[in-house]
Design a protein around this ligand. Structure first.
Ligand code: PEP
Length: 256
């Protein structure tokens, strides 16, 4: 399938950053997008901390910026102190939820089975699951990247996954927040592998239609190059999504 058939997504992951005053960055981003002569040919999303989903959704009103959550519990409610459900994020205005980010997998020991249950909960309330996979530096040095990301994909995708309700984000753990990125050839190799695995798991139409984002030190200076790689259907952006100027610099890769 031609990449044009998959509408790119540029999603910002604010992680544990931001307060209500951060809404000014979202407003500034909306103004930058409105000012650009050609509309970006990508979806734009910001995933703030759960406390800000509602506030940022309000700040983004009237702009193409959509809002997502960074994580959710696999249950829709109940005795889970401190947790938050996909339904609650939806109620606050989220359209999507990131699941299986490497920081969740390592800080909270989340297994593929847990990530899979979370993705299923996201689907059950009609939201899009952004499912993250990625190898550590040691796994990469051992030549295990394709095996690791293939196994994570298989273990993290629930039977409810379709091209419409699921986005995959390939994020090499060693590239997150480090300023390092894989070579273009390596990104192309992993994304092609994920595409093949998606087709094997979901069938031709759903597998070809599912977007696969690249994440890990995406900046305005490398966005055009990364987005030009086959099977790269957008970006999941951490640090550079915190300011309107840098995030727009990445979105600009989709303004021609
Ligand atoms: C991320 O945490 O999802 C990420 C890609 O971070 P950064 O862009 O800062 O590397």
């Amino acid at each position: 399938m031609a990449r044009r058939a998959r509408r790119p997504l540029v999603a910002g992951n604010w992680k544990m950053n931001g307060t209500r005053s951060s809404a000014r960055e979202v407003k500034a981003l909306g103004r930058l997008v409105a000012k650009s002569q050609t509309k970006p040919s990508c979806e734009i999303m910001i995933c703030p901390p759960a406390t800000l989903v509602h506030h940022i959704r309000d700040a983004a009103r009237g702009t193409p910026v959509r809002v997502g959550g960074q994580d959710c519990h696999f249950a829709q409610g109940g005795a889970h102190t401190g947790d938050i459900s996909a339904d609650m994020l939806k109620d606050a205005g989220a359209r999507a939820v990131i699941v299986g980010h490497s920081e969740r997998r390592s800080d909270h020991d989340e297994s593929d089975a847990v990530v899979c249950a979370k993705a299923e909960a996201v689907h059950a309330c009609g939201l899009t699951a952004i499912v993250c996979v990625g190898e550590t530096e040691t796994q990469r040095d051992d030549g295990a990247t394709l095996r690791i990301v293939g196994a994570q994909l298989k273990g993290s995708l629930p039977a409810s996954a379709t091209a419409k309700n699921t986005v995959i984000a390939y994020e090499p753990v060693w590239a997150i927040g480090t300023g390092r990125t894989p070579t273009n050839e390596d990104v192309a190799k992993v994304h092609q592998h994920l595409r093949r695995r998606l087709v094997a798991l979901l069938g031709e139409a759903e597998g070809e239609g599912t977007r696969v984002l690249y994440g890990g030190s995406v900046k305005p200076g490398n966005a055009v190059e990364l987005m030009g790689i086959d099977n790269v259907d957008g970006a999941l952006v951490g640090g550079a999504s915190l300011t309107a100027k840098d995030f727009f610099g990445i979105i600009a890769a989709y303004i021609r």
